[in-house]
Design a protein around this ligand. Structure first.
Ligand SMILES: [Zn+2]
Ligand SMILES: [Zn+2]
Length: 677
């Protein structure tokens, strides 16, 4: 029997996007009128009520670091902790640069890649309803911030059109500041490989520090054939690199990379480059900035070298302050706290024992913080550098542009009002607060056609098709990208004996079949045959990534009297005081790789062994489903057929509970608040 060419999918096709309002007569991009009373953040965003723990320390060299923004430039509309938008950040950077000038120290602003695949602002272009490529409208907004150093992420390389957009537009916008030391692209006009950005940047900071910077992507192999990634171990042997490291006048190396900074992470190739530099320059400070694993992390490499990783999705802004880089250089600035930590792992032996290390004593001191991405945080730390109000003309213009772009892309078009928050991992699997309990209901309600509505159905999907928590409040077109962007279609096998169909879930979970965790290896077996799949996953590269989104593993709900709010609780090589806003821990519960929803099964759940059921599953796992069935004695083949999938928007539209408060949805506080389990 062949897998049916899905009637399910065709029933869903028409539901995939909301109706576009007629906006052809509007040209928000031409609207440049500024007023001083523009509402800060996005009009529908919230601010937090919790202040940071205290002022930042400033040293000789200070760095603001973003990574893995993945299109979240509007901020988190439905989460208080992360309500700032890119315009607020633009204003903040201007104030911090002024503060650095006032303190007579250096400030660098750094980003380490992954600008695509995560939110509607980047992902709602290059789709059926809006031509072009992913990131086409979000990248120009991102570019309003004049970074000092940037590097490329794997999400710039899955799809050739995005890689070329990065090469032709983004890299040109930043010129010598965009570093892709091991990433090349085939120039379509010459056929030759060229570096997407520059291999390195040697420059003098405003205060005279001589910096040699590199930008190194981890050993990524899932890229399209438009680009070429040189493994770090090979890159460090190239003569240009050796020459750059041998440069006589370098006060510090700045090594940025879309690359984990944790020394235990198997995909961390920053340490390969670190070792290569140390072999030539045993005593020059090396400051590293990483990303990709979406966590807050800080690692000590040796007494002159540390690495900072600054989270994901415009939830985190990283801060590193360093003093003592050049003993003849600037002293610590006065009137502000200064870095006090030696580069050694707090309370234990350094993790760097197996690495090469510097050979002379160090007088360097370090300070790291992870800032929550909200207005209160930005205003708090900008204080003292604000001659006028916080908002800058440019920041306001960016905010306004984001609002206009959201409108242009119809991102705020409402499907329904989510009456509560459902999360991926903050509540036990399939409990009331678990998104999989919602999916159980939504799949059962929407994956059905009239002709076969009376047949019992088992619907099997991989849990990995959900990308982010579903927050209480408006479920709009934007949310459909944020929560479940994948375009896998539903296929089905009719009339499978119940005793076979009912064993598929267990067979998938236990067997050697593609699963979320298998996908987490660096190349995760994707090909360009189905870019819609791979472009949407940011591969977790190690198991430690899987358990460290906003909290650390092993969490159970700890109920305690506290005025703190739920959020990041980070432990790193300097200890537990890195989070700028003190939070309570959001519990973490693991969940399986696959799950099943039952439709039209008898109320008592009993079916005879031979009773025919329709077995429905995502095309993405069709091969595995067929393998399991045949392993159980069935005889099925797989007929691949890809179409679109959009059951949550459909469910939001058909559920009376979700429609009750349209269009004025009550918005919740965010993920981790009011957990029901
Ligand atoms: Zn990422
Ligand atoms: Zn990445």
């Amino acid at each position: 029997m062949r897998v049916g060419n899905s009637v399910w999918a065709s029933a869903l096709l028409a539901l995939s996007t909301p109706i576009l309002a007629c906006e052809s007569c509007e040209h928000p991009e031409r609207d440049v009128v500024m007023t001083r009373n523009v509402r800060r953040m996005q009009p529908d965003a919230q601010n937090t009520t919790v202040e940071p723990r205290g002022p930042l320390a400033w040293g000789q060299l200070n760095v603001l670091h973003t990574t893995d923004t993945h299109g979240w430039l509007e901020g988190h509309i439905r989460e208080q902790n992360y309500g700032a938008d890119w315009g607020d950040y633009v204003s903040f950077v201007k104030h911090m640069r002024q503060k650095a000038r006032d303190l007579d120290v250096d400030l660098l602003v750094v980003d380490t890649g992954d600008l695509h695949d995560g939110a509607g602002l980047s992902d709602a272009t290059g789709v059926a309803t809006y031509s072009g490529v992913n990131g086409q409208l979000s990248n120009p907004i991102f570019e309003q911030l004049d970074y000092d150093l940037l590097t490329i992420g794997n999400h710039e390389l899955y799809v050739s059109a995005i890689a070329y957009e990065t090469f032709n537009q983004f890299a040109k916008a930043y010129g010598e500041r965009y570093l892709t030391s091991n990433v090349q692209i085939r120039n379509p006009s010459t056929g030759e490989l060229e570096y997407v950005g520059k291999k390195y940047r040697y420059f003098r900071t405003q205060k005279g520090l001589r910096i040699m910077a590199f930008g190194v992507l981890f050993d990524f192999t899932g890229n399209s054939n438009a680009s070429f990634v040189t493994k770090a171990a090979d890159m460090v042997k190239e003569s240009w690199f050796v020459d750059a490291v041998n440069h006589k006048n370098v006060d510090a190396f700045v090594l940025i990379g879309h690359n984990p900074v944790g020394l235990k992470s198997s995909t961390n190739t920053l340490q390969t480059v670190y070792k290569a530099i140390r072999a030539i320059k045993p005593d020059t400070p090396i400051q590293m900035f990483g990303g990709h694993t979406h966590i807050r992390d800080f690692a000590v490499y040796d007494d002159k070298s540390v690495g900072l990783e600054s989270g994901r999705y415009c939830e985190t802004l990283g801060w590193l302050a360093v003093s003592g880089i050049n003993p003849h250089g600037k002293a610590n600035p006065k009137g502000v706290p200064n870095p006090t930590m030696k580069a050694q792992k707090n309370g234990t032996t350094p993790t760097s024992s197996s690495l090469a290390s510097s050979t002379s004593a160090s007088s360097m001191r370090f300070f790291r913080r992870y800032l929550d991405w909200n207005r209160m945080t930005f205003e708090y730390h900008a204080e003292g550098s604000q001659a006028k109000a916080f908002d800058t003309t440019k920041g306001l213009a960016v905010t306004k542009n984001i609002t206009a772009t959201r409108k242009e892309l119809n991102l705020t078009s409402i499907y329904g009002c989510a009456p509560q928050t459902w999360c991926l991992s903050c509540a036990p699997f399939k409990s009331e607060g678990s998104i999989y309990s919602l999916l159980d209901t939504a799949l059962s309600a929407t994956i059905v056609t009239k002709e076969r509505a009376d047949k019992p159905r088992l619907i099997v999907t991989n849990t990995g098709h959900i990308r982010f928590d579903l927050a209480e409040g408006t479920f709009d077109y934007d949310s459909s990208f944020i929560v479940s962007p994948f375009t896998d279609a539903f296929q089905y096998l009719p009339d499978v004996p119940y005793h076979l169909a009912s064993q598929v879930l267990e067979g998938l979970e236990s067997g050697n079949y593609p699963s979320k965790r298998d996908l987490s290896s660096a190349d995760f077996g994707f090909t360009q045959m189905n870019p819609s799949l791979d472009s949407c996953i940011d591969p977790p590269v190690t198991h430690d990534h899987l358990v460290t989104k906003r909290s650390y593993p092993g969490g159970r709900i700890i109920r305690r009297q506290t005025t703190t709010t739920p959020g990041y609780t980070t432990t790193d090589d300097f200890g537990t005081d890195g989070d700028d806003t003190i939070h309570s821990k959001i519990p973490y519960y693991s969940y399986p790789n696959f799950f099943q929803s039952n439709g039209s099964l008898p109320a008592n759940g009993t079916l005879t062994a031979d009773a025919p059921v329709d077995l429905i599953f995502l095309d993405y796992i069709a091969g595995s489903v067929v393998k399991v069935l045949n392993g159980l004695g069935g005889n099925y083949t797989n007929d691949e057929n890809f179409t679109t999938n959009s059951y949550l928007p459909k469910y939001a539209q058909m559920s009376s509970e979700w429609q009750a408060n349209v269009p004025h949805c009550p918005v919740g506080l965010g993920i981790g608040y009011n957990i029901t389990s």
